[in-house]
Design a protein around this ligand. Structure first.
Ligand code: FAD
Length: 292
């Protein structure tokens, strides 16, 4: 099912829940670690995900990535959204890749610029920004296209307003849905959506939720991107710093409340950064199912 149909009508979601999606990455260890990922995804399947998105190059590696796409699609019978980055890529390679994706029966891609790889031998300049990839995919395929949004601004953007204007290029080039970077403060998300709408962008904006699983993870994420940590979260992270179990438990509680409030506010979807683990995400979903 295409993105445009998935988020078309909130009312068709069963039991008042927004559409649920899960993000996973190709395991660092390659094919030998695929079975562990399938196991986690099988645990998450009971939440009826509208789609599962598979990252490209980020946090894992792309070795055998197409094999993984095929397995998720054919063996696990998931609606897969493939991420794809265009930086340093040639038009020729991009065309080959997106056509291969489409030929597998995949209907959705998350079109990204990405970050310049450190170890690349030849960096092509065919694509400078994600909006150029969106136009290219649109001109070559029938794929439905998602793009990334940054509620606190992309790290390279001089300010949020400039980043929002750049987001509009991606939408004007044909994006169907925006998935946001994770955030810990819902007010940041509400204010972002308001600004997005003021620019005349009317496509769904799906909040990205990452359950806190460790102190280090929050430190790492907030050093790489503009993500503010509310005082209440920071205090609890300090309090539970030495206890991995307590911090995970607190992370589930925190994200459950965050999601319940987002549902109340009427979001069309919730996109979970699962970190390839079902535990926290499934507990959060159990909690919110009991709220709605
Ligand atoms: P762009 O939209 O091109 O923006 C990059 C910067 O350029 C921004 O500062 C923007 O304001 C500016 N800009 C954009 N367009 C223009 C323009 N036309 N003119 C001038 N300036 C412009 N990374 C991966 O490597 N693999 C993944 O699978 C992956 N998945 C992600 C999923 C989500 C939901 C999110 C939020 C991020 C993901 N990322 C992933 C990270 C992403 O690749 C980086 O944040 C990257 O730095 C920017 O990619 P982008 O597509 O947002 O870039």
């Amino acid at each position: 099912m295409k993105l445009s149909e998935i988020y078309e009508d909130r009312a068709i979601a069963s039991n008042g829940m927004p559409k649920i999606s899960f993000e996973v990455f190709p395991p660092k260890g390659g094919e030998s670690e695929f079975p562990a990922l399938y196991q986690e995804l099988n645990l998450l399947k009971k939440y009826n995900p509208a789609l599962v998105s598979l990252t490209w190059g980020a946090g894992g590696n792309n070795n055998n990535s197409m094999e993984l796409v095929k397995a998720l699609l054919i063996e696990l019978k998931l609606n897969v959204m493939a991420h794809f980055t265009c930086i340093c890529n040639s038009k020729e390679k991009v065309e080959k890749h997106i056509k291969e994706i489409e030929s597998l029966g995949i209907e959705n891609v998350l079109a990204l610029r990405g970050d310049e790889p450190q170890d690349i031998e030849v960096c092509h300049n065919d694509f400078r920004y994600a909006n150029e990839l969106v136009s290219f995919i649109k001109s070559k395929t029938d794929l439905s296209i998602a793009v990334a949004g940054y509620p606190e601004g992309h790290i390279e953007a001089p300010d949020l307003q400039t980043d929002l204007e750049n987001l509009k290029y991606k939408v004007d080039c044909g994006a169907d849905v925006i998935y946001t970077q994770l955030f810990f403060d819902n007010d940041v998300f509400y204010s972002y959506v308001e600004k997005v709408r003021k620019l005349g962008i009317n496509i769904p904006v799906i909040p990205g939720i990452m359950p806190v699983i460790s102190y280090k993870q929050v430190e790492r994420m907030t050093s790489m991107a503009k993500i503010s940590v509310p005082t209440s979260l920071r205090d609890n992270l300090e309090k539970y710093k030495a206890s991995p179990d307590d911090i995970r438990k607190f992370g589930i509680e925190y994200a459950s409340i965050q999601c319940a409030k987002l549902i109340e506010a009427g979001v069309s979807g919730l996109h979970f950064y699962t970190l390839n683990k079902a535990y926290s995400t499934s507990h959060i979903l159990d909690n919110i199912i009991s709220f709605v």
